[in-house]
Design a protein around this ligand. Sequence first.
Ligand SMILES: NC(=O)C1=CN([C@@H]2O[C@H](COP(=O)(O)OP(=O)(O)OC[C@H]3O[C@@H](n4cnc5c(N)ncnc54)[C@H](O)[C@@H]3O)[C@@H](O)[C@H]2O)C=CC1
Length: 293
Amino acid sequence: MKILLTGARGQLGRCLQDRYPDQAHLLMPDRQELDMSQPASIAEYVRQAQPDWIINAAAYTAVDRAETEPDLALAVNATAPAELAGVAREVGARLVHVSTDYVFNGSAVQPYGEADPTNPLNVYGATKLQGEKAVLAAMPAACVIRTSWVYSEYGNNFLRTMLRVAERYQAKEEPPSSPIRVVDDQIGCPTYAGDLADAILAIHGMSQPVSGLYHYSGATVLSWFVFAKRIFDCKHSMDASFVVPALEPIPTSDYPTPAARPASSVLSCEKIASLGIEPRPLEQALAYVMARV
Ligand SMILES: NC(=O)C1=CN([C@@H]2O[C@H](COP(=O)(O)OP(=O)(O)OC[C@H]3O[C@@H](n4cnc5c(N)ncnc54)[C@H](O)[C@@H]3O)[C@@H](O)[C@H]2O)C=CC1
């Protein structure tokens, strides 16, 4: 069983590596070997590699920068996954591709189901939407998983940013007197990349192929502000010397970004739960990650 893992150095990629029992079966090309911004080179690589499974954890994830680099974002998030899907079908490999809650505009009151209309607010979301559509068009047997608010012990994510910002507040002399301002009017479900990796492994291990579109996210709905509180509370519970910084909830309008974000990107995960795939509770996942950052 040969598994081609793209994006192996990203959050999801590294969590997948940690969880694969036999790494000898993992092909993890670096960007020199497989550059997703050069989609024309992908088919040749895959034909030579002849994988049984392809997990596409590579993506252009710089949401704000994508506004000024739409061509690059499109190549990595849409054209390359479409190429991967086409050649996966050709060589008889199964494919898991990952997409995002940012395909929705965030105006829904109810959690989004897989069949709900999409309407991305930003370039990143639009390119990811094109990617998931192109993957399923080229290979209807592919499995596309939309996830949201990914964090982990690796890479760049909200949890690591908050812990970094909090460092200044641990100073004995003159810690900042101002609170950390965090957006409180965007809600979503933080997803531990390790849980998503476990979900992909579970799909991998199923006797029946899992095809089509699935939502998978953490089960707790909260705002970025509340997420920050949970992160700091978790850190304090594991390290009593950690000083919990003061937090101030702010509206999105006080924190303008180049790319607009959905106000509510809560995903309904009932479909994947019916396969027996569910994340661990937020507090457990946070404690697990906190012990590793
Ligand atoms: N990070 C988040 O909050 C969210 C992520 N997602 C999706 O989840 C998946 C995994 O995301 P993360 O692990 O957080 O992303 P990440 O940014 O940590 O990792 C992305 C990986 O893609 C690789 N990559 C980027 N451009 C490449 C290129 N031209 N050629 C080859 N590799 C390239 C990077 O080197 C990195 O290894 C992605 O599909 C992402 O769109 C969905 C919702 C939220």
